[in-house]
Structure formats: C-alpha cells, structure tokens
Design a protein around this ligand. Structure first.
Ligand SMILES: Nc1nc2c(c(=O)[nH]1)N[C@H]1C(S)=C(S)[C@@H](COP(=O)(O)OP(=O)(O)OC[C@H]3O[C@@H](n4cnc5c(=O)[nH]c(N)nc54)[C@H](O)[C@@H]3O)O[C@H]1N2
Ligand SMILES: Nc1nc2c(c(=O)[nH]1)N[C@H]1C(S)=C(S)[C@@H](COP(=O)(O)OP(=O)(O)OC[C@H]3O[C@@H](n4cnc5c(=O)[nH]c(N)nc54)[C@H](O)[C@@H]3O)O[C@H]1N2
Ligand code: SF4
Ligand SMILES: [Mo]
Length: 702
C-alpha cells in the first residue's frame, strides 16, 4: 500500500507515491505525468536519516553545547524567555522567520501566532528572497499575483516560449515535458542545459550581462514597435499605459540596448519575430529576472513586452512567473509575510484587518501593522530597537540570506534563537533551542503549486518517536503563552484559513479536504463549495477595477554595484539539478552529494587564465563583503565578464558571503544575481568533510 502525495521540494509538486518504507515512486499527476527529478526520487532517504533530529536540544548558555532536553523543558524555556523579553522590551522584541516550503496550514498558523500570541509585527519569510519581485510586478500589471494564471498543461501546445532567467532543465526538469513542442528563447548569461534545449529546438539563446534584462526587454519592445509587431487591437481593448511606456522604450532602440546588455540587436529582432509570428506563445520569468535591486521593474519590462504582443489572458498564450519552493505560492498568501494577512490581504487595509480580527476573535486595533522585510529583519536582530529573539520555521538563513557573514553576526547578537527543523542545518546548529519536527511524508496538509492549484500532502508513515509536527509546536507554544485558538489538527487549521481567506484575492473558501481528496483540481480563487475553481485567469478581464492590464513605464536603473578595477567580474548565483536550496537536505543524500560534492565557480577559460587559475583548482571568489571557496570549472560558453556560483553549500563555500544585500525598493528582494567580485588562486586545503557538512553552530557564530 502506498500513499499518494507530492514531492517535498519544488513548486512543480510532482505527484509521488510513498511506501510504508519511505520509498518514493512517481505517480501520474498533470505537472509531472509520471516523471520525477533525482531529488524527488531520493527524497525518502531523509526520513530515516542517521542525522535526523529526534529530541529537542537546548544550549543552557551561549557558549555551551546543545544538549538533549524534554519537550516540556524546551517549550517551557522558550515561552519563559519570550514572556520575559516581551514584558521588558515590548512585543516587537520577538521575531518570526518562516518559509515557502511550509504548508498553507503552517504558514497561516505561524502568521496568526506572531500577530495574536506574540503580538509582534516582526514576521517575514524566505519567500521574500524568492518570487516577491514578480509578485509586486504582477499585482501592478494584472491586479493580482498568481505565478501562472493557467495550468502547466496549457504549455503543451505552445509554439514559442521565452524563458527569462529560468533554468527549468535543472530547477523543474519534468516541466520540460510540457515544452517539448515549442521553440524556446532562453535569456540567461550562461549556456545552461535549458539554453542548450533552446538551441536544439531551433530557438535562441540570448546571453545578457547579468542585471541587464530590463534594457534587453526595452530593446525588444522597441523592435516590436519598429517592426510593426504590436497587437494593437488587444492593446486598445484590454490594456492601458502603452503611450507612457513607449516614451521610455522609444529611447532604447536595439543597437543602443545591445551596448548595455550585450545581446546582439539582430537577436532581439529575431526573438520578437519568433514570438510575434506564432499563435500560441508564452513568456515565463523566474529568479534570474527577479533577484536584482530592480527586480520589480525588470519583471515589469518582460510583462510590458508580453502585453505589447497580446499574450496575457489570451487562450493558448500567456505571461507567467515560475514560483520556487513547494508552497512558494500559498506561502505568500496566508500571512507569514510582513505586510500581509490571510487571503492575500494587506495588513494596512482597515477592512482586511476588521475581517481577519473577526475570524480570530480579537480587536482589530490590537493587530500589529506591517513589519520589516526578511533582509531588513535579519539586519535588525540584536540592534537597539531590533528583535532580541528569533523563531525560525523552514529556512536556513545562515546559508541562504545575502551577506551571510553579516547574518551570522546578527544571529550571534540575539538573546534567543529557536529553530524548528528535522535536520541539523547550519542555522539549527547555531540555535539556543532546536525543536525536532515531522517531515513531509509524516504529516497532512495542503500546498499551492506554481499553477495556483491547491493540493494535498498526505501522511504515509508515522514520525519517529519524540518528533512533533510544526503545527503541534506552534500550538504548544501558543498555549504556554496563554493564547487560545491555535489548533494543531491540519484540517481544522485549513477550515479556519478558508474562512479567513474568504473574500480576499486568494480566496480558498470553497476548497476543502473532502473536495481535494475526491480528486478535484482546485485552483484559487474558489469562493464557494460549488465553485469549480479558476484554472485560467484573465480570459475576459484583468483584476484591476477597470478590467484592464497596465503597461508601466520602467527606466533602466544604475547598477547597485558596478564592476570596477578591483572587483572586475560579475558573480551571479543559482542552482544545480541535484541540490536543493541551502543544501541541508540534499547534501545529506549520498547519491546526490556524490554527483556535486562541493561548491564550484564557473569561469570562462580566458578569465581563469588571467586570474592565474586552471580548471579544477580551488579559488577564492572575493567581494566587498567576504569571500567564498570554490573549485574552478572552466566553461567556454560563459560570458568573460561573468562567473557563476551555486548557493547550496555551507561553511567556507557559502556563496552568500559575497552577495550584495541591496534591496529592490518595492519588493525588498535582495540582489542575489549580481555582485562585483575578483578571483584569486588559493592553496587552502579543503577537506571532504567541510564540503559536505555543516560547521558546528559555535564555529559559525564566532
Ligand atoms: N535543482 C533545484 N531546483 C529547484 C531549486 C533548487 O534549489 N534546486 N529551488 C526551487 C526554488 S525555491 C526556486 S526559486 C526555483 C528557481 O528556479 P530558477 O529561477 O530557474 O533558478 P536559478 O538557478 O536561481 O536562476 C535561473 C537562471 O538565472 C540566470 N541568471 C542569473 N542572472 C541573470 C540575469 O541577470 N538575467 C537572466 N535572464 N538570467 C540570469 C542564472 O544563470 C540561472 O541559470 O527553483 C526551484 N527548483
Ligand atoms: N545566492 C543566492 N541565495 C539565494 C538564492 C539564490 O538564487 N542565490 N535563492 C533564494 C531563494 S529563491 C530561496 S527560496 C531561498 C531558500 O533558502 P532557505 O530558506 O534556506 O531554504 P531551504 O534550504 O529549503 O531551508 C529550509 C530549511 O528548513 C527545513 N525544512 C524544510 N521543510 C520544513 C518544514 O516543513 N518545517 C520546518 N520546521 N523545517 C523545514 C530544511 O531542513 C532546511 O533546513 O534561498 C534564497 N537564497
Ligand atoms: S521537479 Fe521539483 S517537485 Fe518534481 S521531483 Fe524534482 S524537486 Fe520534486
Ligand atoms: Mo525560491
């Protein structure tokens, strides 16, 4: 007997079947159609992993080692410290950091816990690092933010798909199965496996300087206008803002754009020709377009081009952003974001506050206002006026947040760091209290995938003795803080979430466990029990009150950190197929760690030679903030001005030691995708152990 559920990792949420032994096999589901990537196949091996956390751990004093304690002692200690801090320094002295991998139920209860049980405004989550710029751009253009406004199966019939900063061949391999019939245009500074597919499909690989997509998209919009490719009927009927947008784009003719972004004007025209010449075409963006200090405007530039060509809201065509984490979409809808309440409501909107307060049975005036965004929250820890305690659920910011060295200093300045995790990741090892929690295959819940489709995670086996679910942990802490209304049963939490979301943009009111278990595919908004859900949005109108989509004029900004004589190269960062995120999980899976055991830096051979480096040698990649150790991989297809680092490794190989915490002014998303660096040869000896496993917490915070 196997249990039908979904992969724990990315937003494609491939269908899986889990055996009582924990073995994972693929199952037919529209996103994966029986396929899985290597991470999905091996996900079960962490369930019984020897490093699995099975008892709460407590550090009696900052310098003391973590030691096992009872749940009562651990939760009692945390509650006592939180009560003390709150009484002495006010409710904002306690902060919460969540994750886009958490189920909808956990995200919801965590947000309620922060606002009601702790009374703090200081909650945000790692999704701020993920799709937040596209979320702002989508809201601005379409009036609502759902990653894809159509099911992925619609892509099956596409003739042309432009992928901007999305390396789906490595980040969502089964998605390629939906792109098989299309010519691809891939926009990426690197010749990724996805870019190889584009060339093989008779499409194009456009290779811009990192951080210059905005100029590239302006050049392409100019080409669309100049070559008579605008869809004028669509623009007139369904959009506003073309005139103002053209006023900026008119200054970016392709030859001028080429000088900034490095993509040949002829290729811009060819790409526009491919998109405009097809009936069924899509533009999809991901983190490469977003993780910039001007990510919102960059995504907006891609949306402007899509609108000019008449794609969004047209059957068989569209614009979309590929979300990232398992619950990347749902995780940003139900209240773990600093500026949001459940149902994708704004926390500063009086009507939204009143509705949520009534569901929660509290006074709307008692709900805190917006808090700090993730990077700003981490930066405020332990500073005067900043939080003195941090509770982390589902993130490893010591490895995944920008300027990791500064993050370690801020965590060290806390009076209390609490981490709930099932493995001893870097941040857990640095905590004062570690709470061992259940894994995906041991719990019930729902997640919302990249299509805005709500799906069920099901319990296939019991958690190991001594382990509690995140919901039980939150519920138990709330009780110790004297707060009521924090059930630990997933379905009860979901039913409360439905009521809280009712009437909001992300309306789940009509979605129930019973409907999902009966096999219905329910995409939000789904406002009532008889509503069929909304797989396709925008077919007749966009979500703005006038029903129109907005083109928004965007100007190329100055680079946040331009290369100079000292730091002449642009480092960009991202992912490889076999590792997931900060690597806590996949670095511990032997089959995956054997394939990519250590960090590397992709470098053009000429650039390597200039730095005195050869393929296979270790280098230090140095920025103004810090340096990272990585093995040189010479890649002739790479731009000579660019190097690439994966961010999946810890310790000396933490790529985020060099990244720039410059933030987008609207989304507050950090600039993971471009930092000025230099390369230097190093003779430092790096042992295999340091490659694969975390340093101890104490070493981190020294
Ligand atoms: N194997 C694997 N899969 C994953 C994940 C994982 O960690 N590992 N994580 C999941 C999550 S949370 C996310 S968010 C998604 C991310 O999925 P993707 O966005 O596809 O992944 P990234 O590797 O971060 O970035 C994509 C590409 O952007 C390129 N890029 C860098 N700078 C620029 C630029 O300025 N412009 C453009 N156009 N491209 C640029 C990089 O070279 C990279 O190939 O993947 C999900 N799937
Ligand atoms: N340089 C650079 N940095 C990046 C990026 C980049 O492209 N470049 N990408 C950014 C992006 S898009 C993202 S999404 C972030 C992700 O980065 P992180 O937030 O660090 O994500 P994970 O590594 O998935 O960390 C999740 C942790 O929570 C644990 N965990 C998993 N599921 C659960 C759960 O249900 N409950 C609890 N309590 N714990 C759980 C895991 O064991 C792991 O320790 O990284 C960002 N950082
Ligand atoms: S593509 Fe994503 S959801 Fe599918 S198996 Fe791989 S990691 Fe899991
Ligand atoms: Mo992400």
């Amino acid at each position: 007997m196997t249990t039908p559920t979904h992969c724990p990792y990315c937003a494609l949420q491939c269908g899986t079947a889990v055996a009582p032994s924990g073995e994972v096999t693929p199952r037919q589901f529209p996103t994966n159609r029986g396929g899985l990537c290597q991470k999905g196949w091996t996900a079960g091996s962490l369930l019984g992993h020897p490093e699995r956390l099975t008892t709460p751990l407590l550090r009696p004093a900052r310098a003391a080692p973590l030691g096992p304690v009872s749940w009562d002692a651990a939760l009692g200690h945390v509650a006592q410290q939180l009560v003390r801090l709150r009484a002495t320094h006010g409710p904002d002295s306690v902060a919460v950091f969540g994750g886009g991998g958490l189920t909808n139920e956990k995200s919801y209860l965590l947000g309620k816990f922060a606002r009601v049980a702790l009374g703090t405004s200081q909650i945000d989550y790692n999704g701020r690092f993920c799709m937040s710029s596209a979320a702002v751009a989508g809201n601005r253009a379409f009036g609502i933010d759902r990653g894809l406004s159509f099911p992925v199966t619609d892509l099956d019939d596409a003739e042309v798909v432009l992928l901007a900063g999305a390396n789906v061949a490595e980040t969502m391999p089964p998605l390629l199965g939906h792109l098989g019939g299309a010519q691809l245009v891939v926009v990426d500074p690197r010749r990724t496996p996805t870019a190889e597919r584009a060339i093989a499909s008779g499409g194009l690989h456009l290779q811009p300087v990192p951080g210059t997509d905005l100029v590239l998209a302006l050049g392409m919009l100019h080409a669309a206008v100049a070559d008579g490719r605008l869809d004028t009927d669509y623009l007139t009927a369904r959009t506003s803002g073309l005139e103002e947008t053209w006023r900026v784009a008119a200054r970016w003719w392709p030859e001028r754009a080429e000088r900034v972004c490095g993509v040949a004007a002829a290729d811009m025209r060819a790409a526009v020709g491919l998109l405009a010449g097809a009936q069924r075409r899509y533009v999809l963006t991901a983190r490469g377009a977003e993780q910039h200090a001007h990510g919102v405007d960059t995504v907006t530039a891609w949306i402007n081009l899509s609108l000019a060509l008449g794609l969004p809201g047209r059957p068989g065509s569209g614009f979309g952003t590929i979300t990232g984490q398992g619950n990347g979409q749902g995780g940003r809808e139900h209240g773990q974001k600093a500026d949001q309440l459940p149902g994708y409501r704004r926390i500063d909107d009086p009507a939204s506050r009143a509705h949520i307060a009534s569901v929660w049975g509290v006074d709307a005036a008692a709900l805190p206002g917006p808090g700090r965004s993730a990077t700003e929250l981490l930066d405020a820890l332990g500073r005067p006026g900043g939080p003195r305690a941090l509770l982390v659920f589902g993130s490893n910011p010591l490895v995944s947040a920008p300027d990791a060295t500064a993050v370690a200093q801020r965590l060290a300045a806390l009076e209390l760091l609490v981490v709930a995790d099932f493995l001893p990741g870097e941040t857990a090892l640095a905590a004062d209290v570690v709470l061992p929690v259940a894994q995906w295959a041991e719990e019930e819940g729902t997640l919302t995938n990249l299509e805005g489709r709500v799906l069920r995670r099901r319990r296939a086996l019991d958690p190991p003795p001594g382990v509690r679910t995140d919901l039980e942990v939150i519920s138990g802490l709330a009780r110790r803080l004297g707060a009521s209304g924090f059930p630990a049963e997933p379905e009860r939490v979901f039913d409360e979430l439905r009521a809280a979301s009712a009437g909001g943009p992300a309306d789940y009111a009509g979605i129930s466990y019973a409907r999902l278990d009966a096999g219905e595919a329910l995409h939000w908004p789904c406002p009532g029990p008889d509503h069929p859900g909304t797989p396709r949005m925008f077919l007749s109108r966009f979500a703005h009150s006038d029903g129109r989509a907005r083109l928004v004029p965007v100007d190329p900004p100055a680079a946040a950190e331009p290369p100079d004589a000292e730091f002449p190269l642009r480092a960009t960062t991202g992912r490889v197929l076999v590792h997931y995120q900060s690597g806590v999980q996949t670095r511990r899976i032997d089959e995956l760690a054997a394939i990519v055991p250590e960090s590397f830096v992709e470098v053009h051979p000429d650039t390597a030679a200039r730095a005195g480096l050869a393929d296979g040698e270790w280098a230090r990649v140095v920025s103004r903030r810090g340096s990272v150790l990585a093995r040189v991989r010479c890649v002739p297809s790479l731009r000579i001005d660019t190097v690439f680092l994966p961010f999946h490794f810890g310790g000396e190989q933490t790529a985020n030691r060099v990244t720039n915490p410059a933030l987008d002014p609207l989304s507050r998303m950090p600039e993971f995708k471009v930092a000025a660096v230099q390369l230097i040869p190093t003779r430092e000896c790096v042992t295999v152990l340091e490659h694969c496993y975390a340093l101890t917490g104490a070493e981190y915070l020294r």
